[in-house]
Design a protein around this ligand. Structure first.
Ligand code: AMP
Length: 478
């Protein structure tokens, strides 16, 4: 759970990177960083905090150059310490490499042990540093970055949408299964790669397409080229990006997230129609769901909860007690819209159950007669090892429990989740192309002690230059 961006632009990149990170702030609020390159110097500014807290106009002016990368972090591996803030820089043999990553490797421990055994010293506890080290090591023996990324991809297991700045060239690559999102856009004087299309919109750019799973994109001042490094018999787009994590205004792997959520809302009604007075979203991600639900059912969409928009996500709170208190500060009820009403309450997911229990209580306290909780994802029964911050099985309220037990625990009048088939249909790319690990306990990569649904990866580096090789400086796509 992080946001990444890479930009090459003749008009300078620090401000565009900053705006892009702002648009990606929902993907990580723990820290932010930018690296740029000019002449012979790599510039980096990074710190813990929100994008607006980390940068000011002076720090941005000091980040010189026409090529750079940026990162917002939500820690999944590695603790919340300053040295884990990305991008990470590596300097050797006259080259400067800066790297930032969204995702999570599942073979970090093995790789780290191997590299430490060879005498490699690590400065952080993140898997991103491993990726940087493998690339730097591979560059010693490879003729090109393409070959180095091929060697690197062969070693990595897990999810990794990555941006790298090698002197003044930006590289971006996505793991062979495409677990984490990454897309490409055209700017007035250059190109951008970013976790979500909203970052391209923020810069008034034009969305070109998603980075393909297993693809390496190279951007320099002469334009943009692509090399397909790996191919697979399937994809494994993270299903939770659609359910919760991505912004609703992002287009992800060809699908507008808002549309997916609206379709889920429609299907939630069709699967379990109920008579009620209001369709009430849990803001923010529940809004698109409730719009679809209201549309399908004819039950009016009326907001019964208001969100304080100046607070971070509740999960950022490190302890259960802090999380519980934060929910109350974050949300307030609109009493007049709830009193004596039969309310359908629509949320994207139930993870630990803390939020749902609190919200149901608040809505009951506001005088609602009935509370029918409808959830836009099937029960989350298993942890995520591939980049979403999910608790262990014991903390997941739905793991090993009947729905009726969960209903009682959160205190709703009725509770239904969207069936997996309906969710997959709402996304539209087929279950075979989604990672459903948290919903099924079956993962697209081998993970110790877990079931895997096998994926076959072929490495084909250098044999295929895809359509983007036509994107040269000054030319438009034909
Ligand atoms: P809870 O059931 O208390 O664990 O909270 C679930 C709520 O938190 C959901 O309604 C989501 O809006 C949000 N949420 C779900 N997954 C995550 C996550 N991995 N990180 C942060 N917030 C999440």
């Amino acid at each position: 759970m992080c946001g990444i961006v890479g930009i090459v632009d003749a008009g300078g990149v620090s401000f565009p990177l900053y705006y892009a990170l702002y648009a990606l702030q929902h993907r990580g609020q723990e820290s932010a960083g930018i690296s740029t390159f000019e002449g012979t110097t790599l510039y980096t500014h990074k710190a813990q905090g929100l994008v607006a807290e980390v940068f000011n106009s002076q720090t941005l002016q000091d980040l010189r150059g026409n090529a750079g990368i940026g990162h917002v972090r939500y820690p999944t591996t590695g603790s919340k310490v300053p040295e884990n803030v990305q991008p990470f820089n590596f300097r050797y043999r006259g080259l400067d490499l800066s790297i930032a990553h969204n995702g999570n490797l599942v073979n970090t421990a093995e790789l780290r042990e191997e590299y430490e055994h060879r005498g490699q010293i690590f400065c952080t506890t993140t898997d991103t540093e491993i990726i940087g080290n493998i690339i730097a090591d591979a560059l010693r023996t490879s003729k090109s970055m393409e070959d180095a990324v091929l060697l690197c991809m062969r070693r990595l297991r897990g999810s990794y949408a990555t941006v790298a700045l090698l002197n003044d060239t930006v590289y971006a690559f996505r793991d062979p299964l495409g677990i984490k999102p990454l897309c490409i856009g055209k700017l007035e004087n250059g190109y951008i790669v970013a976790s979500e299309s909203v970052a391209i919109d923020a810069l008034d750019g034009t969305f070109i397409r998603d980075v393909r799973p297993g693809e390496l994109i190279r951007i320099d001042e002469s334009g943009l080229t692509s090399t397909q490094i790996a191919t697979t018999n399937r994809k494994a787009y993270c299903i939770f990006e659609y359910v919760y994590f991505a912004r609703a205004d992002s287009v992800m792997d060809g699908t507008l997230v808002y549309d997916v959520r609206r379709r889920i809302g429609q299907k939630l009604y069709d699967a379990n129609p109920v008579e009620a007075d209001t369709a009430c979203p849990v803001p923010d991600s529940g809004i698109a769901y409730a719009a679809g639900y209201a549309e399908q059912s004819g039950i009016p969409f009326i907001e019964g909860l208001m969100k304080n928009r100046y607070m971070g996500r509740t999960f950022i709170m490190p302890t259960q007690e802090q999380r519980e208190r934060a929910v109350r500060i974050k949300l307030n009820t609109v009493r007049g819209n709830l009193k004596d009403k039969r309310v359908v309450l629509i949320d994207d997911s139930i993870v630990r159950g803390t939020t749902s229990r609190r919200i149901v209580n608040m809505i009951r306290d506001a005088g609602a007669e009935e509370i029918h909780l409808r959830v836009g994802s099937p029960p989350i029964i298993a942890p995520c090892y591939l980049g979403v911050d999910m608790p262990t099985r014991t903390e997941l309220i739905a793991s090993g429990k009947e729905i009726e037990t969960v209903r009682k625990s959160v205190g709703a009048t009725s509770l239904t989740y969207i069936p997996l088939d309906d969710l997959v249909e709402a996304i539209g790319c087929g279950e075979r192309n989604l990672c459903t690990g948290c919903l099924t306990g079956c993962y697209p990569v081998d993970i110790n002690g877990e079931k895997s649904c096998h994926s076959v990866v072929d490495y084909v580096a250098g044999t295929h230059q895809s359509d983007l090789s036509t994107f040269k400086a000054g030319k438009e796509r034909t």
